[in-house]
Ligand binder design. Structure first.
Ligand SMILES: [Zn+2]
Length: 428
């Protein structure tokens, strides 16, 4: 089920729509939003009418995360990216804070409704519909995470079930008691729930969950991770991409051929991270059009993507990010001169069903970055599994890495964004 009027609109009409909405956004913010007014005036954009075409747009300054962090440090507690007086805002959230200081974000009623609408695209494309019961095993705190997904499920007409303030076992029982048919969480947590269920002799495939939707990590876009989640839950797993700073922008359709970018609500650019010129593969730069109270324009997401214009068999005209998010640019490791994303290592480790959890230890060896992989293998000869992983890493990535077995249940489990890369001064 999808909204054909929007999602299969001709690309040139979508482009016209985005242009009109961009102009409206600049008119709304230039002069009233202190953050954007000072940035744009410094760049020579004095009046909204000065923005004449897409070339002008591409001359606007790029926004970095550090710009937002610095702005909030200078203008606490919410920063100066506010178009309206504070009393117009009805919700406050923040980023997860996995990479540094969290950034706070205020929402108006209209922008919160917009979030829900964007999540509606995500859930509907995964086949979630009225009548579904969608379970959110998420601590509903300040981190925006799945709050908006919860709103999206409700707005779609599904039953939204909060799973905050509970441990994993209680959550599994709640899913069973309430008849959950869909699960929305990080890929790591979906796997952790399967592991917990198995220890309690519960079978997640018997719970009646037919769809799982995942965000927060590249996981569900990695074939081996997706296969594992699908086998564990007896469900179809869908990938989704969103950010606190930007909104819920990317989602998979039933074809599962990459992430469609919601091009009715976002402007997507892909730039070479070195030259900052357009490139087919590079850093994803996003502008959101439905959050005028605190927008981002040309935001450098730090995600590496490959954008394709090839039409999707599903009939949507929104362009796709092939292979989803390929990795975080600031997570990229350079091991003896080889560039490798942790997600590529995960894609190999997850092919081994005996491995429950893993961790990548990174340390410096003289001038070079070196890494080793720790694995927790269950019911198996740990040494044989280590050898298998080592061989697969060498064959697929051309990387010779040490792979070591860790004792069962010693590596951390994650509810939110997993942090599987740890930096160590030296190996113990
Ligand atoms: Zn599609």
């Amino acid at each position: 089920m999808f909204d054909r009027a929007v999602e299969s609109r001709a690309p040139e009409l979508l482009l016209d729509d985005r242009w009109r909405r961009l102009q409206a956004l600049v008119r709304e913010t230039l002069g009233s939003n202190p953050f954007w007014t000072s940035r744009w005036r410094a760049a020579g954009l004095m009046r909204a009418d000065d923005l004449a075409d897409w070339d002008d747009f591409r001359r606007l300054p790029l926004l970095r995360k550090s710009d937002l962090v610095n702005d909030q440090a200078t203008h606490p507690p919410f920063g100066s990216n506010l178009t309206y007086p504070p009393e117009r805002y009805v919700r406050v959230h923040q980023t997860s804070g996995t990479s540094g200081q969290p950034i706070r974000w205020l929402e108006t009623q209209a922008s919160w409704d917009w979030w829900a609408r964007c999540w509606g695209f995500v859930l509907a494309a995964a086949g979630v519909a009225p009548g579904d019961r969608v379970y959110f095993p998420f601590s509903f705190g300040l981190f925006v995470g799945f709050w908006a997904g919860f709103e999206g499920a409700r707005a779609l007409g599904a039953l939204a079930i909060p799973g905050g303030g509970q441990d994993s076992v209680t959550r599994l029982h709640a899913m069973q008691a309430l008849g959950a048919t869909a699960l929305v969480c990080t890929p790591s947590y979906a796997l952790h729930l399967v592991e917990t269920a198995r220890e309690r002799r519960l079978d997640p495939t018997k719970l009646g969950v037919r769809v799982t939707v995942h965000a927060g990590e590249p996981g569900a876009g990695i074939p081996a991770v997706r296969a594992r989640i699908e086998a564990g839950w007896g469900a179809r797993a869908f990938d989704h991409a969103g950010m606190t700073e930007v909104g819920a922008y990317g989602y998979e359709c039933a074809e599962q051929a990459g992430l469609h970018v919601n091009e009715s609500e976002f402007i997507a650019e892909v730039l070479d991270p070195e030259t900052l010129t357009p490139a087919p593969e590079g850093e994803l730069v996003l502008t959101n059009l439905g959050r005028p109270g605190s927008p981002v324009v040309r935001y450098r997401t730090g995600d590496r993507v490959r954008l394709t214009e090839t039409p999707c068999a599903c009939g949507r005209t929104f362009r796709r990010l092939e292979g989803g998010i390929l990795g975080r640019l600031d997570d990229m490791l350079i091991i003896r001169g080889v560039n490798v994303f942790p997600s590529a290592i995960e894609g190999i480790v997850r092919r081994f069903p005996a491995i429950d959890e893993f961790q990548i230890e990174v340390f410096r060896n003289g001038e070079l970055e070196e890494a080793r992989v720790l694995i927790e293998a269950r019911d198996a000869d740990g040494r044989a599994v280590c050898r298998g992983v080592q061989e697969a890493l060498r064959a697929s990535l051309g990387l010779r890495l040490e792979v070591v077995a860790a004792a069962p249940r010693t590596l951390p489990r994650f509810e939110l964004k997993a942090r599987r890369v740890v930096r160590r001064d030296r190996l113990t």
